[in-house]
Design a protein around this ligand. Structure first.
Ligand SMILES: [Zn+2]
Ligand SMILES: [Zn+2]
Length: 256
């Protein structure tokens, strides 16, 4: 009854034991997950996993760190892949100001181009945001992204921006950092986002929740994220699981 909305089972960190990782997820109550592809290598692998397992869906997009490599060829490719029946969102896309491989202006252009594609295809968007919340909100507003909406994945900034995200029909997704002892922002966000706009994710293999922090993350650990949110909101795990799973079905347009 848990829905991990953002996993990277398509990366090499899972090459040795992918099947066991998926089995552990099922045992932990993870009913569905979305494997997110973000470059030439990981996008076909996301789709292959979605074809192999009926409970896995895929998202395809171009990561802002690699924006410098994005051409009209990649754009056409994403459009073609988006027609696959298991592709439920476009992304991850967005802005990442932590790394400087791609200049900010290039990142913004590639972000806008992908938002326009999502609007053309009427698909929700998955946003990757690192140290760029204000620019992301400005671009989403400017491109009128609220007609498709989507997910602020692994949201890790001030609760002050929640309202702007909600007004643009975005859901806020929380991952491992909400369990970190020295992370007041995601804890505050977990308390303040309306329950019908909250999602959970692992972003595995990155950002493993406490007490596994620093180790390889995996979808089974999304339960730790849900438990932390339940504790912060004074709800049961079942209530958080049901709400976030319903929300995931809604944002990805999946029938239950
Ligand atoms: Zn990301
Ligand atoms: Zn990711």
């Amino acid at each position: 009854m848990l829905f991990d909305t953002h996993v990277h089972l398509n990366v090499k960190q899972f090459d040795q034991d992918r099947r066991q990782v998926i089995e552990r997820a099922k045992e932990a109550g993870v009913e569905n997950m979305v494997v997110v592809g973000f470059d030439h290598e990981t996008i076909p692998k996301a789709i292959a996993l979605a074809e192999q397992f009926d409970f896995i869906y895929a998202a395809v997009g171009w990561h802002p760190v690699d924006a410098i490599d994005f051409t009209s060829q990649e754009l056409d490719w994403l459009e073609e892949l988006s027609k696959h029946s298991k592709v439920v969102a476009l992304g991850e896309m967005g802005l990442d100001y932590h790394w400087d491989k791609s200049p900010k202006d290039v990142q913004k252009d590639v972000f806008r181009t992908q938002i326009r594609l999502a609007k053309k295809l009427n698909m929700p968007i998955i946003i990757h945001n690192r140290e760029a919340t204000e620019d992301i909100i400005e671009i989403l507003q400017d491109e009128d992204a609220k007609t498709v909406g989507g997910i602020m994945h692994c949201y890790n900034d001030s609760p002050d921006y929640i309202q702007a995200c909600l007004e643009m029909n975005f859901y806020l997704s929380l991952g491992g950092p909400v369990t970190f002892k020295n992370a007041p922002l995601p804890k505050e966000v977990a308390k303040r986002v309306p329950l019908d706009r909250l999602l959970i994710e692992t972003d595995c293999p990155f950002l493993a929740p406490h007490p596994n922090r620093g180790k390889r993350n995996e979808p089974a650990y999304v339960r730790l994220v849900a438990e932390q949110i339940a504790e912060l909101r004074g709800l049961s795990l079942e209530e958080v699981a049901k709400a976030t799973t319903d929300n995931a079905h809604r944002v990805f347009n999946l029938s239950i």
